[in-house]
Design a protein. Structure first.
Lengths: 484, 484
């Protein structure tokens, strides 16, 4: 709980409609897209301009009150999970598209602007914003930057960090800072990439300059069916090894395609063990040439059928299935847990086989949907939170998948961030020398650890404690903790 | 000077041939490519493996001796200027290309490997390393990473930071750390971009994983002549505004082309006020289409003549002129000072006009060579250090150009880094709140400020002092200091 004096001070900064303190008002903010974790905040404040953000942060800094910035609340790693004795700072009112400049091909936007709204605003100029998380209808660009969001087109066009030019933000001290530059390079340490993916730990973002790209003249997507999931996994590596960088290269297994097909009727083959979606974009000549190569590689890799979209409507239909995969799975299972890990492409077939084995072992169906081109897995474990034991087995199954990701040379996150979900995994992923630097950087921005505490970077004490538990129990894993 | 006990301890780490302490042996290290600044180091040590680097850094850390890492010594901002009471740690013996992997399209190299040697090693696989500083025959990849080097092909393919996947380094404490990952994204703060361009202030780099790109099937370069330098400047913006991202888009004025032509006989038109080099690369069909568009835009922009390379030999000849511009100018003038600043492309014509006016005012010829596509200027001010007053006027002229870069919305460096040269400019470029974060990050890596002291990031005290001098003299600029 927050004390009365503090909330009264907050009330002098924003109008009363922009400050929520009653439990029934703050409840909608108790979790984000990762509903496994919930916590009601002491207050939610919704500033509408930068000066208010500055005043709020100065106040929280002086009173040593934790602040969790929140965009659309679509984080899948609990990145905007509130702190009970803290403030949620919602950027929902920062919804202005300040400028679209077709000459420099940039857009200046506020953090609350929805991802898709940027491409919509840029469309009249023949431009678009490339990173396209599946939640792009809802998720906001501030959260995309905070989590360095990906999407199906990131294989070719890069993650958020590769498509952002400048970020303006406010430090916990109230100081306004800018990261990046209008130019390609900038003097000083390059902190633009640091702020991208910093998960709200370093600054509250108030304005973002993103790059826009010319919309390709044509895009076509091939939908390839495979009778064996490992063959589909191997085909992914072969496409890349052939020198093709598709606009998107996605994979879904049978459980996923079936769930999707019932939901959006995208025209996916229901008998296939797995499907690949491979997009070619560019000039019509380029697309024709690349699509011919893609067909050749897929056929040689054992595809049992290949369909190529005839027009834009069919292309969007094929993609709609992939983009709706999470809600589609949500329809057929009371609960699901989306895992996010990354592995080298060459390890795909083996990892897929192992997930299938564990799925039987844990008696939990697992639908596999993933950004295959860059090795980013999204196994969706289907469970029922009301069935005793399901939740624990789900978490254990998920942890084993992530553990396997590290073992084969990958990482514990592809695009969803660390958040609260994978904080302990960071102890396994990084050596103390690296974590110490992370903590030093945190101190340089936020000496008292007030911005989004408990997320992103674990303290060394926490890692030690985590390690100690391992030893104490004489096993690799504490029974109640995800193991890594 | 370093004390005997310290150098004796150094001698236990490396063989005697790898430790230089005599003034005649350390003299070659007194400066790098920016010869305006010189300082002889107390010792030069040339380790040949990472374990020796660790031992050297631990020793320096314990004894609080400053360390300046050095690659090929081609820095143009004094990035590897030694410290008198310090050690130069040369990475010259780290010359192994550890691995070229055509499947993942990466190369693992040691920091002393020359930039061009990577592309040479990758050529049998049809791959190349894209960033190509003009010094690429000599400069080494470790220095490229430390300075985030650019080059003529960076407009399309990005700077060093965009072409590096992983960096391994040793902290001043002797801890080994890795930045980046094999995957597209990585958990934790993204420190890969931070280490790129950190100018030797955070870690000593021992291994680098770079991305390799497929060599385009065809590349052609158009050489366009203009009778007016502002028209050439405006044409640059028009090419980009037309939606073309050329492989390279370079500009040289008459002084530069004449100097070059005498040196390499590249076939440049000597009567032109300025020439543009515009490259198209890709499949033959793409190149033909893009080159037609380029011709159209250049003609509409007032080009008086356009020649397109007929074959690879001619393409390389056209580029050889641009790449040899600095040594060519070095042949016709006793001394020259290369300025490195970046401006918005739209500001090119106006900035060029102003440089011409100042050139007459200071009575110092100025040859303009630059990466026009990304607005990165390299005015070369010709002077004679032995002529009284020339050096001071040169520095003043250069500072005014950089000051103008900031005024028009640009920055004080495009690709050469801050080093010792532009350390005071950082006080003008960044607000104290940003500099404080820079210093905090420095502390997180190097609490005692031992790695490359005095470069890259100025202390706030230095900025204050610099500001105070301004005020004390009642003018914008201290007479002996570059003003910003």
């Amino acid at each position: 709980m927050l004390d009365q004096k503090f909330t009264s001070a907050l009330a002098t900064i924003v109008p009363s409609s922009a400050l929520l303190t009653e439990p029934e008002d703050t409840r909608p903010y108790e979790c984000d897209g990762l509903t496994l974790y919930r916590e009601q905040p002491g207050a939610v404040v919704l500033p509408e301009n930068e000066a208010q953000v500055v005043a709020i942060l100065k106040l929280c800094h002086a009173a040593r009150v934790p602040v969790v910035a929140r965009g659309a609340g679509t984080s899948l790693s609990g990145g905007s999970l509130p702190v009970a004795a803290g403030v949620v700072l919602s950027l929902a009112k920062f919804r202005r598209i300040v400028e679209i400049d077709p000459i420099t091909r940039t857009a200046i936007v506020e953090p609350g602007v929805r991802n898709l709204a940027i491409s919509e605003a840029a469309a009249p100029y023949g431009l678009f914003y490339a990173p396209d998380p599946s939640s792009q209808i809802a998720c906001s660009i501030g959260g995309n930057v905070a989590e360095n969001a990906g999407g199906v087109h990131c294989l070719k066009y890069g993650l958020t960090v590769h498509n952002v030019r400048k970020v303006r933000g406010v430090l916990i001290t109230g100081d306004i800072v800018e990261f990046g530059a209008d130019a390609l390079d900038a003097p000083g340490y390059d902190l633009l990439a640091l702020i991208c993916g910093s998960e709200g730990l370093l600054a509250v973002i108030t304005q973002i300059t993103v790059k826009l790209l010319p919309k390709p003249a044509l895009a076509q997507v091939a939908l390839a069916a495979f009778d064996d999931i490992e063959k589909a996994g191997a085909a992914v590596g072969k496409v890349i090894a052939a020198g093709i960088i598709p606009g998107g290269l996605e994979m879904m297994d049978r459980d996923a395609t079936r769930a999707v097909e019932q939901f959006v009727h995208a025209g996916y083959p229901l008998d296939a063990a797995a499907v690949l979606l491979v997009e070619a974009d560019g000039t019509p000549a380029e697309v024709a040439a690349e699509m011919a190569e893609i067909r050749e590689v897929l056929t040689a890799s054992g595809a049992t059928g290949i369909r190529v979209s005839n027009d834009e409507a069919q292309r969007l239909l094929y993609w709609s299935g992939r983009k709706a995969a999470f809600p589609a799975v949500g329809r057929i299972s009371p609960d699901y847990y989306c895992i996010d890990g990354t592995i080298p492409r060459a390890a795909l077939p083996g990892v897929l086989r192992q997930i299938e084995i564990w799925s039987r072992e844990y008696e939990l169906p697992c639908a596999n949907v993933f950004h295959a081109g860059d090795g980013n897995l999204h196994p969706l474990i289907l469970f029922d939170a009301n069935r005793p034991g399901d939740r624990d087995r789900t978490v254990e199954f998920g942890d084993r998948i992530l553990e396997l990701c590290i073992e084969v040379g990958g990482t514990i996150t592809g695009e969803h961030g660390v958040g609260i979900e994978k904080i302990r995994g960071m102890c396994a992923q990084f050596a103390p020398a690296a974590l110490e630097r992370f903590l030093g950087i945190k101190r340089a921005f936020d000496a008292h650890g007030l911005l989004n505490p408990g997320k992103g970077v674990p303290t060394l004490a926490r890692c030690a404690e985590f390690g100690a538990m391992h030893v104490h129990h004489g096993a690799l894993r504490h029974p109640e903790l995800p193991r890594f």
